[in-house]
Design a protein around this ligand. Structure first.
Ligand SMILES: Nc1ncnc2c1ncn2[C@@H]1O[C@H](COP(=O)(O)OP(=O)(O)OP(=O)(O)O)[C@@H](O)[C@H]1O
Length: 312
């Protein structure tokens, strides 16, 4: 069976004066956490609204678990849980009471699902505490619990980290990771800050002005952003031997374009230069490279400011 649960092809959404989504192609695979990253107005919410059936595309196709016809899509959407707008919570009620209202509204017969879901998001011990006394992080977790009421296979969250303090950010990150790991849930989560989802998502989709500008795995992203010495040498293979045998390091990588990334000796580039030169290797480039996540993101979306172009 295919592991693709969502596929968008040429998906476009136009409003009267705006092209909110401009011919989007995207595949979401089962069991992964996707970070959907774009600045305000990039088109993230529009995409999530199309997926969840809150809006309809102008053109293009969307398929969920292989179904593309609107009527069948509607049926598949029952397998999705989502938090797109800030959830309407009753502040004087407890977490349980808020969940109970949602359960009844959505016609979910099994009452036990409330306790189970509150447990999943770490809110089972909030007892009689009214929601108005919850931290923002707790409220967001309650919103996620509501999205989980139908025990979805695919969870969609729009900016759940927005406005949270560092502790709240950690809470949500850990929650997403555990939902993914323990329940095998596929998650699509949007943010306007790449760093917020760093170490949480395994795939990043960067969107700008309605277009997907890059899909990158966490590994590739780490690689691009990890600080290293970029070495350009006429004989890279020989240079690698020098790194191993003279500088006693194995913390390097030979890139497909022949560049070497050395993750060691960042504070002692001269020693690297000297070792290579002693071995009669002609070095034509030696520099420290690696972007911060934010620099990387801005370089991709063509932002200005303190932006370095990714080296190598
Ligand atoms: N209902 C609407 N009518 C007209 N234009 C809209 C509508 N919804 C969104 N837009 C426009 O579409 C573009 C994409 O908006 P969208 O809300 O999808 O962006 P976003 O990436 O989610 O940003 P934000 O984080 O600010 O919500 C924006 O230019 C927005 O003004």
């Amino acid at each position: 069976m295919s592991s693709v649960i969502l596929e968008a092809h040429d998906l476009t959404k136009e409003y009267r004066h705006t092209i909110a989504l401009d011919h989007i192609d995207l595949k979401i695979e089962k069991g992964k956490i996707y970070g959907f990253i774009g600045q305000n107005g990039a088109g993230k919410t529009t995409f999530l609204r199309l997926v969840t059936g809150l809006a309809f595309p102008t053109s293009g196709t969307l398929s969920l678990w292989g179904k593309t016809v609107e009527k069948e899509l509607q049926e598949q959407r029952k397998r999705i849980g989502c938090m797109i707008e800030t959830p309407a919570l009753f502040p004087t009620m407890t977490a349980y009471q808020n969940m109970e209202i949602q359960r009844i509204q959505r016609g979910i017969p099994d009452k036990a699902v409330i306790q189970k879901t509150l447990d999943m998001v770490g809110l089972k011990d909030t007892g009689k505490k009214a929601v108005r006394n919850f931290s923002l992080g707790m409220r967001q977790r309650l919103g996620i619990a509501i999205a989980l009421l139908n025990t979805p296979e695919f969870l969609i969250l729009d900016e759940p980290i927005n406005g949270l303090d560092p502790a709240g950010i950690v809470e949500i990150r850990n929650l997403l990771k555990s939902l993914n790991k323990e329940y095998g849930m596929t998650i699509l989560v949007s943010s306007h800050i790449l760093e917020e989802l760093y170490q949480t998502a395994s795939e990043f989709v960067l969107i700008d002005k309605g277009k997907i500008i890059e899909e990158i795995s966490d590994r590739e992203l780490n690689d691009r952003c990890k600080r290293h010495i970029a070495i350009k040498a006429t004989d890279p293979q020989k240079a690698l031997i020098v790194l191993e045998e003279t500088l006693h390091t194995d913390s390097f990588k030979l890139m497909p374009d022949g560049m070497i990334r050395l993750y060691d000796y960042l504070d002692d580039m001269e020693k690297v230069a000297a070792a290579l030169s002693d071995a009669h290797i002609l070095v034509t480039g030696l520099s420290v490279a690696g972007d911060t996540l934010e620099d990387y993101f801005l370089s991709k979306i063509g932002g200005t400011g303190n932006v370095k172009s990714p080296k190598s």
